[in-house]
Write a new protein. Structure first.
Length: 365
């Protein structure tokens, strides 16, 4: 039996280990032998990769080279293995996928074909497109946008669709694992609790949140708590929020698993003011905890809310503040997540069909 290796350089850094574990779980349930090569411990084993993020540039580069050499050695010594690389379209992915040149069994799970920060004419995109068409033997995609990109660049190998897998995750937290700032994040009784979670970047609309909550009328401001939690990847200035309200809190750092569960468990509304995205782990996590979402009207969110209207409210960027105020004025938050929407969202048939296709493709190589 061929072993499937799920390769993920990000892993625990941005919560992708939940996806990796869910992916491994569905494959194992169908009898496949699966190992995860990533930055976190699986079943007590030492992490395969060193974490390159959140360090100074020199250390990050040296660790990246170390990770590259380790993966190259692994592929050379496990030639019968099938490697499914989690691709985010970042520059480091080009290096980490290059060992696939010595393997005939490199697959790509396309979380992003090209990182959103790259313009369409950049050389980085040209290198990605060249590599995709030359060395990847099978693609896994989760959105029509990604499929269209692969078709446009002339991919001829199989492309397998699967809904973005629901995270394999817990719903309980250990209080001893909560830092003081998280434990005190939501403390007021009777106030509507808003959460922005994830990388704090302009693409995710963090500046929209700062502007909206800084400009809330005094009466509305007194009725809310806001927590912004995640890595400040673009050095966003939050000084506008500081001093406006003691119920506005910014946790600009890595949030551990127990802290994540605590924040999602205690929030009422998850804010997703994204400017662009082809998929969203934050959307999936909000669904997992059945939390109301306020989403911008971008194609991905529009598609999801058209299909699952009880999951949240869709609005434009220009009307985002008004939508927040509408929720504050009339906080009807218990008519969401209908049974029918939840059952369709699980998409069990699509996932079973995907696993069958994976088995067929693996048996061909």
């Amino acid at each position: 039996m061929k072993t499937i290796y799920i390769v993920d350089l990000i892993g625990s850094y941005c919560g992708m280990h939940y996806y990796d574990e869910a992916f491994a779980d569905i494959l194992r349930k169908k009898g496949s032998q699966v190992k995860i090569l990533s930055t976190f411990n699986e079943q007590g084993e030492k992490p395969f990769f060193s974490l390159i993020f959140g360090r100074n540039k020199l250390i990050s580069v040296l660790l990246l080279l170390k990770n590259y050499l380790r993966l190259l050695k692994h592929m050379i010594t496990h030639k019968r293995g099938v490697y499914i690389y989690m691709c985010y379209g970042e520059l480091y992915d080009l290096l980490m996928m290059s060992p696939g040149m010595v393997s005939r069994r490199l697959w790509c799970d396309m979380h992003e074909a090209h990182a959103l920060k790259y313009i369409d004419t950049s050389r980085v995109l040209c290198f990605f497109d060249w590599y995709y068409t030359k060395y990847v033997r099978c693609f896994i995609y989760h959105s029509e946008r990604t499929k269209n990109i692969l078709n446009t660049i002339g991919v001829k190998v199989p492309m397998l669709y699967v809904p973005h897998l629901k995270y394999s995750f817990k719903k309980k937290y250990e209080e001893k694992s909560l830092s003081k700032d998280v434990a005190n994040a939501f403390v007021s009784i009777g106030k509507i609790k808003f959460l922005f979670f994830g990388n704090l970047s302009y693409a995710k609309g963090i500046d929209i949140i700062v502007d909206v909550f800084a400009r809330l009328p005094h009466g509305a401001r007194e009725k809310v708590e806001l927590v912004i939690a995640g890595k400040n990847v673009e050095n966003i200035d939050f000084s506008l929020l500081y001093g406006i309200s003691t119920d506005y809190r910014v946790l600009d750092r890595h949030i551990n698993d127990d802290e994540l569960v605590y924040l999602y468990s205690h929030t009422d509304v998850v804010l997703l003011p994204y400017r662009k995205s082809s998929q969203s782990g934050i959307f999936a996590m909000a669904c997992y905890f059945k939390k109301v979402m306020l989403l911008t009207d971008i194609p991905y969110f529009r598609k999801m809310i058209d299909e699952f209207p009880s999951f949240g409210r869709l609005t434009s960027i220009n009307k985002y503040r008004q939508s927040v105020e509408d929720i504050i004025k009339k906080p009807v938050l218990d008519n969401y997540y209908t049974t029918s929407d939840c059952e369709r969202y699980e998409q069990k048939k699509e996932i079973n069909d995907f696993v069958t296709m994976v088995d067929a493709e693996i048996n061909r190589v």
